[in-house]
Design a protein around this ligand. Structure first.
Ligand code: GLC
Length: 736
């Protein structure tokens, strides 16, 4: 529809119809009248409001969305189609690894392909908008939503944000609209506690936390979702500085801003609004356009206009942004956008999509340890025993695979049974996932269901006995361990981030057998492996690896794929180190202090400063040597080239992620000890040597100076290049 026509359409809308466009309700309001009675009563709204609502939350499936759209339009006076929005974070039906795993691929081009698949599957299933990418930078593994983040680095997060938006939307929105979230800095919740306060300097906000959102907006992202947290004392959903000053004015974002779930109403709980009327006023004045899942806008907007408390233009502007989005999606011409059962059958979980998910998963897994090159294994050479709760579990897709199905997942046991003979492979569970499943009650599990999940005391004893017996005759024991799906993701903050104790106790008993030991860890966050590094020969950090995760893990175990994953988030020695991140600021008393020593330097009495595994870390089955770091000049004005030689010493091809960091030795404010600025994932043939070059531009060195201008002062810089943020070669240059 032409914009003029759209303007005319908007002018024909009544206030209830306009306000309806700013309300989002979940799919249960659109099922049968009977089913919708409860939700309407709970929210305190009537059917007339439901009939005018502009968008639907988390209802997908071509038949359902088409049916609801058809009914809605048939009964609508204004014929403005519904918008279907859903949480499709890292897969619709073909589920990819969780974003913390995607972050470990260091392969944005591959991730873009994954998000193109996600868009195609989602569109055929009737979704118009997805609440992705989630680009919240995270430095605290206690926070459950590490799962959804690509990690702790501003530069890497921005690269992923860009390709995820491009993958989802396509060139001309032929995919689905993306909604970057959660604006802003939700990942900095104090103490890693979900929904907790966020407070930081504007400099830190801009330097580290905003880069992902900005990259998404620059890539053309159509929506932004506000975050639950405060920034500088104001909840994001009513925060003029975040939404109006930065997002709208500075960045020129004129798309739709949608609140997070009930976040407008939560302004009352935050204590910045006395009631829902004040909350509504704060949110609409901050230009939050859509009210997700409360009745604030439905009940308060019209009275606020009538009482002259808000300008009607605020509502008209919000409505205009929503109508423009619907128009950009072509909904007025085709409210169904090709969603159909046939398209679903053609797209969902195709062999091609599964193959891509398997490739991405293989590149996401990080080999953390491989003592005595115990890996890769040789098929049918050693006797292998697989044990642990994830050995035959299909729950490999993580908490936020809302529309995925665990039943699509092949388990580790099934994959290994297919690959190995029965003489050389055995499985027994050996131990329970958790000691206590009662927390699942919060997710609606009944007491009976909870009781039925775990093993009884006697079952636990016999499971251990069986594992010890089989372990006696095995050569290699593979431990498939990890967090429960529900122990990470939203509202999944935890203060003990070691493997569940019941699993540790089991491993303590099994290691007595003195066999080769391989840990495969399934988790939605960095876990503390301080104990396991001494117990295990090899450790594979597999995240929640997605629908094809087990196949990918087995590809790696037997060397069909050479591991190439590199951590995008630091793994701590202990939870007491958190938040921990590689790009920390310099301090006046660094470990290397020349003026202070002993206890009077920045360190702990009971823990190292450094993480157990640093940002950028990961092993492969190849040893790659780095040498000959050279800079094109010892001085830089506009550009400088850094080159390094990398040589694969092994007889196995590999993918090597070469990372370039800088340090601004002296700034007008304190600067980080290192900052990732460039990286390249380079393929090396067996025994091959390559020279890798990076072009550093002056703009790459910019930061928020003391006066908050975004620029750089001349002076000394250090360049670090290596396979991770700690093992680096270094050189210096002078910026003129
Ligand atoms: C949740 C999450 C957000 C999600 C939204 C809709 O609370 O914070 O990421 O998109 O609600 O489900």
């Amino acid at each position: 529809m032409k914009e003029q026509e759209l303007r005319e359409l908007q002018n024909t809308l009544s206030w209830p119809e306009k306000i309806g466009q700013l309300i989002q309700l979940s799919g249960d309001f659109f099922q049968s009248e009977a089913l919708a009675v409860g939700p309407k009563q709970k929210l305190g709204i009537d059917q007339d409001t439901v009939n005018l609502v502009g968008s639907v939350l988390n209802l997908t499936g071509a038949e359902a969305t088409n049916h609801i759209q058809e009914n809605y339009l048939a009964n609508s006076r204004h014929k403005v189609p519904l918008l279907f929005m859903a949480d499709i974070i890292y897969g619709y039906r073909t589920i990819f690894p969780i974003p913390l795993g995607l972050g470990a691929t260091w392969n944005p081009a591959l991730i873009k392909q994954a998000y193109q698949v996600i868009a195609a599957e989602s569109r055929s299933a009737g979704a118009h908008v997805t609440f992705a990418p989630m680009v919240d930078l995270v430095r605290d593994a206690r926070w459950g939503r590490c799962l959804e983040s690509t990690g702790e680095d501003p530069h890497l997060n921005a690269d992923y944000a860009k390709v995820m938006v491009e993958g989802l939307q396509g060139e001309n929105l032929e995919g689905i609209a993306s909604c970057v979230k959660h604006f802003a800095a939700y990942g900095a919740a104090e103490a890693g506690r979900e929904y907790n306060t966020v407070d930081m300097s504007e400099r830190r906000l801009r330097q580290d936390y905003l880069t992902g959102y900005k990259a998404a907006i620059d890539a053309g992202c159509k929506l932004v979702m506000t975050s639950f947290n405060t920034y500088d004392g104001m909840p994001a959903t009513g925060n003029d500085f975040l939404l109006k000053d930065i997002l709208r004015k500075e960045w020129g974002f004129d798309g739709v801003i949608i609140s997070d779930y009930a976040a407008i109403q939560e302004l009352v709980a935050h204590g910045v609004a006395a009631d829902e009327r004040e909350a509504t006023q704060l949110a609409i004045e901050a230009t939050t356009d859509i009210d997700m899942k409360t009745s604030c806008y439905a009940k308060q907007l019209e009275p606020l206009i009538k009482d002259g408390m808000i300008s009607s233009k605020l509502v008209d502007d919000a409505v205009w942004r929503v109508l423009k989005l619907k128009n950009n999606l072509g909904l007025f011409e085709d409210p169904y956008r090709g969603a159909s059962k046939e398209n679903e059958e053609m797209n969902l979980l195709s062999d091609k999509n599964r193959a891509l998910s398997r490739k991405v998963a293989a590149e996401s897994v990080v080999l953390l340890q491989n003592k005595n090159n115990v890996l890769p294994l040789t098929p049918n050479q050693d006797k292998i025993l697989l044990v642990g709760p994830y050995g035959d579990k299909q729950d490999l897709i993580g908490l936020w695979a809302v529309h995925g199905k665990t039943t699509d997942v092949t388990t580790l046991k099934e994959v290994l049974e297919k690959k190995l003979t029965s003489e050389s492979f055995k499985f027994t569970q050996g131990c329970d996932m958790l000691d206590d499943y009662s927390f699942l009650g919060e997710f609606g599990a009944t007491a009976e269901q909870i009781d039925s999940i775990g093993l009884s005391e006697s079952q636990r004893e016999s499971a251990l006995a069986e594992a010890l017996k089989l372990g006696e005759v095995a050569d290699v024991i593979i431990f498939a361990m990890g967090e429960h799906t529900m122990q990470s993701g939203e509202a999944g903050s935890r203060t003990d981030i070691t493997l569940p104790k019941i699993q540790q106790d089991f491993m303590n008993q099994m290691i007595e057998l003195g066999k080769k030991k391989i840990l495969i860890s399934i988790s939605g966050r960095p876990l503390v492996y301080t104990k396991e590094v001494n117990q295990m020969d090899a450790i594979l950090q597999a995240w929640f690896p997605g629908t094809e995760g087990a196949n990918a893990i087995v590809d790696l175990l037997f060397g069909d794929t050479n591991p190439s994953g590199r951590l995008s988030m630091s793994f701590p020695h202990n939870v007491g180190q958190l938040p921990i991140y590689y790009n920390e600021f310099k301090t006046g008393r660094p470990l290397t202090s020349k003026t202070h020593k002993g206890r009077f330097i920045s360190k702990y009495l009971d823990s190292p400063n450094q993480p157990l595994f640093p940002f950028g870390y990961g092993l492969s089955y190849s040893e790659v040597l780095y040498n000959n770091l050279k800079l094109s000049s010892s001085e830089m004005t506009e550009k400088l080239i850094a080159t390094i030689s990398i040589s694969n010493q092994s007889d196995r091809d590999c993918l090597e992620t070469v990372q370039l960091y800088i340090q601004d030795v002296t700034g007008s404010v304190v600067r980080p000890v290192k900052e990732l600025k460039k990286y390249k994932k380079v393929s090396l043939k067996a025994k091959e040597t390559k020279t890798v070059s990076f072009e550093l531009a002056r703009e790459d060195l910019y930061y928020y100076k003391r006066d908050m201008s975004f620029n750089v002062e001349s002076g000394a810089f250090i360049v670090f290049v290596g396979p991770n943020s700690e093992e680096v070669l270094e050189s210096q240059f002078e910026l003129i």
